[in-house]
Design a protein. Sequence first.
Length: 745
Amino acid sequence: MNEQITGYIDHIIYRNEENGYTVLVLKAAGEEETTCVGFFPDITQGATIEAYGSFTHHASYGRQFSITSFVEKAPEDTLAMERYLGSGAIKGIGAALAARIVRHFGEDTLRIVEEEPERLAEVKGISEKKAREVAAQVTEKADMRRAMIFLQKYGISLNLGARIYQKYGQGLYQVLQENPYRLAEDITGVGFRIADEIAARIGIQPDSEYRVKSGLFYVLQESAGEGHVYLPREELFQQASALLDVDLSYMDKHLMDMALDHKIILKQQEETINVYPSKHYYLELNTARMLLNLNIRTPVDHEKAEERIRRIERETGTALDEKQRFAVMAAAENGLVILTGGPGTGKTTTINAMIRFFEQENAVLHLAAPTGRAAKRMTEATGHEARTIHRMLELNGIPEDNAGRSAIHFERNAENPLEADVIIIDEMSMVDIFLMHSLLLAVTAGTRLILVGDENQLPSVGPGNVLRDIIKSGSFPVVTLTRIFRQAQESDIVVNAHMINRGEQLKLDNKSRDFFFLKRLDTDVILRVVLALIQDKLPGYVKAKPSEIQVLTPMRKGALGVERLNQVLQRYLNPPASSKKEHMTGERLFREGDKVMQIKNDYQMEWEIRGLYNIPIEKGVGVFNGDTGILKEINDFTETVLVEFEDGRFCEYSFKELENLELSYAVTIHKSQGSEYPAVVLPLLTGPRMLMNRNLLYTAVTRARKCVTIVGSEETVREMINNKQQQKRYSSLDLRIRELTGEVL
């Protein structure tokens, strides 16, 4: 229920300057105090406001009034005017000067300040220059006040209204009346749907040119979230028509206009026209060009190189097979090499041989992987420090611009490239087109780049299919390891993973030491079995803590989806206790001790690594989609939570930023990419055919180091192995490469 309270702001308890979130005390006429919270673009002590909202109860601070909209009222008497002027609302005027102004002008003070502020120079202590400065401030505040009232008429929140005013100033009236869809392009967090709601309130027609163009571009942008770099025109039109509820005939003309405005690129491919956001097209094109620039062949003395490889074998006590030797030689001879293969085929042994080979040349090596967990695994496997690609490129988060957009900037780029002779990137299947482009910008021709990955793993979360497309282009040396080594053959995890990849059915007879199947056909029974495995059975068997055992599932929704699994697992693995603080945000409950995961890239999030006595020893920025950790502390007073990520980074989240975190007792198989766990538990009963496929099962099984346990239906496992269908991903890096080499015209 919307309630109203009126009073003056006695004092401000807390204010977040970045987003305007404010806690203040409002005094009514009878001097009754009310604690209020809300987002205020520009509010100061002493101001009189009429606020609308509702009373809520905070667990720590008690009764509060949550303000959804407000109107700033003019001071009604000389006392209120003196209080307002002396509050700091206008820079340069303090309490003493405010009293002199009110004594001089009396009840005419408000009119003088708003209409003739230059007359303030009549007051002792105010120069003509200061009077002009006050006039400018008063005009600005009045303009903002009018703008906020105007925006509230259309249901625009205070927080969003402040950002709109920051971006457009007095131009906001023209933007909203002519083309409110500009908000979706210019201001982060608005998006097409919010702009569309605003447009409907203003009276923009459903078949408006602005609406159709904005809807088409929105569909293209949303498709990037599903991994697409482009969409075929017909598919784009179908999705846009469903979104906009307008006929397909409206689309074609507007698409050509967008192409003429360089917002999109149209490319003919056989009988189909593909539609790219311009940014995505040029990302692929420039990535292709930079890959080809690195593809330099270097003459090598084969006899000396072979002798060096034999020496490495003797020193390490390893015997490389023919393909592994060929891979090391290819890395010596070529500026760009791709090494691919499934589990147990010796990729790590080959990487180690390459490292030793180049170390004998005193080469400077950089090792990196897309995620912190993958980088940690690479460090353990090679004995050489590996970093995330973001840290290697020296990520520098840039504050939001006045449109509310945050930028990503790497200190290592074309102007300041990486100082390395050899760069080895592992888990390449996870690298999307954005990160690949940034990496290549920082690599100079002459540096050897070795890309390592398993092309049968799921593709990246972000747009593109980089590893597969590079291999598919046929333009670069690719070494595919296929032999499963004897030690790996002893692991049914490895053997079964390769059988899944070949489409062969598994023997689910539980005669294995590391691969188990428990037939259960009821979801509640499956949940009980999963809990028993994590709490009792597996920790001792794999010598790991319950928190290190990971539940993986194909989907987010449903009885065995991530959301329900996390609620159940949290209840039993981290139950409530008087010693543990909790915080509810939306429908998510967070509790101290929870396993959590970052679910979107945040290039500005600050982190620190702490040493003895919690003293910071390293600081940086950037937390990324898929980073996991433990929620260590909830602070109700500062409204923050502290998370320690697996690689030792500590990050402080405001309560508002908790939308970027979720529980991770269970995670989707897609989110587990690049990770390795002592034991994996897979509840598999039913699910959408598009998700329940061979590729997904293969990825899940290869995440386990010591033990895989599938709980559910044998029929579901069989169907997943038989289902080769994968969600279609529209990418074309291979075509851009072949165009540049002249193979495709």
